[in-house]
Design a protein around this ligand. Sequence first.
Ligand code: 5GP
Length: 184
Amino acid sequence: MSGRAVVVSGPSGVGKSTVCERLLADDDFELSVSATTRPKRGNEQDGVEYHFLSREAFDRKIADGAFLEWAEVYGGNRYGTLRAEVEGILAQGKHVLLNVDVQGAEQLRERGLALTTIFLLPPEPWEETLRARLGRRGDTTGEVLERRLQRAREELAEAEFYDHRVVNDDLERAVAAIRAILEG
Ligand code: 5GP
């Protein structure tokens, strides 16, 4: 069995975390836990969601060549994909799921990682689907909803840069489509 490095992206509200959780529930998929300098949120645990590092420790890893890619995302926090993490999972013959954006994916490709990039799309009509899904999270209304929709429109414009596009109309169908891509 040979694992692939997989990037799954999609606009806010498309159901990306549910699809990723579903993939990770299977034994042949594992998450590459990134390193970050951002503070822990809520119940996050070191080594589970991220490896939480100080800025000094993060920069030492940059100097050591420990990252396949890294980026300063927003708020000045740094995030990076650890080479050891990815190689360790691939060595077990598993697929490694990477939580990076399109720029991160490009950097990984440039570093020679054989990568399959998948963009999740909401069912058409996109705007109405996302509006309904974002609105259903009770906390999202008015101005916040409009901002998220605007961001989603910008994110959707990135779909063309991915290897594959999968419509998330139904969880099981989307997961099956991703599996078919990886086996194809
Ligand atoms: P959050 O702080 O909400 O967990 O993540 C913020 C952003 O950082 C997300 O867009 C996520 O994709 C990005 N991110 C997480 N890990 C990495 C990584 O290893 N490399 C890069 N380039 N971005 C990452």
